[in-house]
Write a protein that binds this ligand. Structure first.
Ligand SMILES: O=C[C@H](O)COP(=O)(O)O
Length: 244
């Protein structure tokens, strides 16, 4: 079974999705890009207002792959108290230098999640380097939301290969990218740690539109945890990965 990550753009939306007991509330501003960010003060306030047991992640924005730019943004977002910081690996720049610079933040105990974009054909040879740098997880998403869902861009076999590769490295593994309700049954057998949603939770499947309670409840029902939801908690993952 996979956990459910739901992306929200405000305190109001965060409190709303919390009532559906989603497993991870992901703070982002979809109107500003694939991984558009909320400002750190808003994130801080949302973290303070949510139930302390609710897992929260946040994105840092669609940033250029420049080590210092990413370092500063991730440092500031991690300091808000979110459980995970999601970092998009966009085309261009020096990915290795960025990973190395961010390893200093991972060493401070921040749980970093690399987001790779299926529509940019990312080099999966990067996955072991993420683990070595102390990243806590890696996920696939889509950059261009007009190109269909993740399952339109990669075959189930390719997605399975990604999940297995990431799990071998002991990384938390996520799948997202315009996922629709009908994608869930195809993705569940892959046993990713979580599936992420925004557009699929919104009216008209439009990621910048308002959340739709019926859609959220429908996907939540498909992803009801049958096992221990604490398995995606940072401390559990640390133990699994043998990190003190
Ligand atoms: O991390 C999950 C993303 O927010 C997914 O957004 P999307 O469903 O609109 O592609």
């Amino acid at each position: 079974m996979s956990a459910m990550l739901a992306s929200v753009n405000s305190l109001q939306e965060a409190l709303f999705v919390e009532t559906f007991a989603v497993d991870v509330i992901d703070l982002k501003q979809p109107a500003q890009g694939a991984l558009g960010a909320l400002d750190v003060d808003s994130v801080k306030e949302i973290v303070a207002r949510l139930n302390p047991d609710t897992l929260v992640s946040a994105t840092v924005g669609d940033l250029p792959m420049q080590p210092e730019v990413l370092f500063d943004a991730v440092d500031a977002m991690a300091a808000t108290g979110v459980d995970y910081v999601k970092i998009g690996f966009f085309p261009g720049g020096d990915w290795s230098a960025c990973i190395e610079r961010l390893s200093a933040l991972a060493a401070r105990g921040y749980a970093l999640i690399a987001v790779l974009f299926a529509d940019t054909r990312p080099d999966l040879a990067l996955v072991p380097a993420l683990r070595q740098a102390g990243f806590r997880g890696v996920m696939l998403d889509t950059m261009d939301k007009q190109r269909g869902s993740l399952t339109d861009l990669m075959t189930i076999e390719q997605l399975q290969e990604f999940v297995v590769l990431a799990k071998i490295q002991g990384l938390l593994t996520g799948l997202a990218g315009s996922l629709r309700r009908q994608d869930v049954s195809a993705l569940l057998p892959l046993q990713a740690d979580y599936l992420g949603f925004r557009g699929g939770l919104c009216q008209r499947h439009c990621r910048t539109a308002a959340l739709d309670g019926e859609r959220i409840a429908g996907i939540r029902r498909l992803l009801e945890y049958k096992t221990d939801p604490s398995s995606v908690r940072p401390e559990t993952l640390r133990q699994q990965a043998g990190i003190a």
